[in-house]
Design a protein around this ligand. Sequence first.
Ligand code: PEP
Length: 248
Amino acid sequence: MRQILVAGNWKLNGSKESIQSLVSGINEGMSGVGDKAVAVCPPFVYIPRVADLLSGSEIGLGSQDVASEETGAFTGEVSADMLKEVGCQYAIVGHSERRSIYGERDQDTAAKFAAARAKGLTPILCVGELLEERESGDTENVVARQLDAVIELEGVAALADAVIAYEPVWAIGTGKTASPDQAQAVHAFIRAKVAELDADVASKVQILYGGSVNGGNAAELFAMEDIDGGLIGGASLTPEAFLAICTA
Ligand code: PEP
């Protein structure tokens, strides 16, 4: 039985004051979450502060990105070692905003995945198709290509130490959620693809859905056979909205 994971991606949002009330609000509602795992991914600069605020809580902590390099002349980058040192357990890699706005290629994402994993962070590997790719019937090809970049570099067994997040780009921040059936079909495809290489890894790997999840649609999505929780953007920014998903 795979545990449900709900992870909040705060993106470029927050201030010292707002993260304090967000974290304490989430902490206060954790009793209603049951056996789901919950994590938050703040902007880099707030990670140490959130780690302090989370001390003693079971809420996990992650980054929104990670450098593929370990150290050296890479201005603006933050390494996996640094993230571990300030208390992260997870690192999101390959978010569609990194891919589309910052030109991150599948191989770059794979290198970040490898760097995170090498230092004991659990990569949350984001995959997903653009609207035009869905409309042209290319969803599975795109998702397979994005997964293959990681499998080629790290081997399928590496997915045992990772979380996959299927995030159709057309559903991110748009209010257009994939229907539970649409999402389930891609999740099942991902699991079957991994199973062709390693059935044990496939049965264990958590596959989250991301794209306009909210308190009203989370329960139906999380009830699908191959959906093991959610990666949440907009609705992770207030305790009420995030907890409505965590308790769904
Ligand atoms: C995301 O950015 O990972 C995401 C799923 O955003 P939203 O929930 O706002 O669609």
